[in-house]
Design a protein around this ligand. Structure first.
Ligand SMILES: [Zn+2]
Length: 258
């Protein structure tokens, strides 16, 4: 860190409580466990909860770290706290701020997956003591648990209002559905490079099922979420997605020549 900079990653107890609540709700929701094909032995459920919390906390720290190292929005010269920016919905955003959020998400994904797979999941998987489903495929289970945990973080920003193009463009962060989709792309790309073959075992239908089960596990209105999903097939939804993708392409092109 350059001399004289007061930058830090501030995570308040409020955010810790929120992600702890998420971890509890995810680990106890029968429908979500069903979609995960995960029958957790009762006295090991706390271990699943701990793993969700670990992924969430790890992701948030790495996401904030990415903002710092990329110097997003002057992050190196201002004090930055994870809470106001990441989970409070305030106006004043634009496509630039949303592109920076996507970049931080992508960097955090690569970091957290590296941590999770460091020992092939040996630190976590034996302690879940699951009975069925992905029992013979621990790496796949880790991928899905990562997707569920990160989805639950993005959903802290979910509001059941009607989507409009102008509201989307003025937000500080992309809509949760947009971020989740990009995370899935990053996961597939990471698998293709680091765990060749694993990416072929990530069916889109399973991904959609997991996201919807996560929405339900957090007690959000699933019908409202589905309504918002239908927006992405509209002309405005397509226009927004195209602009965000183009902006991201420009960002990475600029980064590669800097
Ligand atoms: Zn951020």
């Amino acid at each position: 860190m350059p001399d004289g900079c007061g930058s830090f990653i501030g995570i308040t107890s409020g955010l810790v409580f929120k992600i702890a609540d998420n971890a509890t709700m995810l680990s106890q929701h029968p429908r979500l466990l069903d979609v995960l094909e995960l029958e957790v032995v009762k006295d090991k459920r706390n271990n699943l909860q701990a793993l969700f919390f670990y992924i969430l906390f790890n992701f948030i720290v790495c996401h904030e770290y990415a903002h710092l190292i990329e110097d997003h929005d002057g992050a190196l010269t201002i004090n930055r706290s994870a809470v106001p920016q990441e989970i409070q919905i305030v106006g004043g955003g634009n496509l630039k701020s949303q592109i920076e959020e996507c970049v931080a998400d992508q960097t955090a994904t690569l970091m957290v997956l590296k941590n999770l797979f460091e020992d092939d999941g040996a630190r976590w998987l034996p302690h879940l003591a699951y009975k069925s489903g992905f029992a013979n495929d621990g790496p796949m289970l880790l991928i899905w648990l990562f997707v569920v945990a990160v989805t639950s973080f993005f959903l802290l920003r979910f509001r059941p209002s009607r989507l409009t193009l102008s509201a989307l463009i003025e937000a500080t962060h992309p809509h949760p559905a947009m971020r989740i989709g990009r995370i899935m792309d990053a996961v597939v790309s990471w698998c293709a490079q680091v765990r060749p073959g694993l990416e072929a075992c990530i069916p889109h239908a399973q991904f959609v099922l997991l996201v919807h089960a996560t929405v339900a596990a957090l007690n959000h209105d699933i019908n409202r979420y589905l309504e918002q999903e239908s927006f992405w097939t509209s002309r405005d939804g397509d226009a927004y997605r195209t602009r965000l993708r183009a902006g991201l392409g420009d960002y990475y092109r600029r980064s590669s020549v800097d």
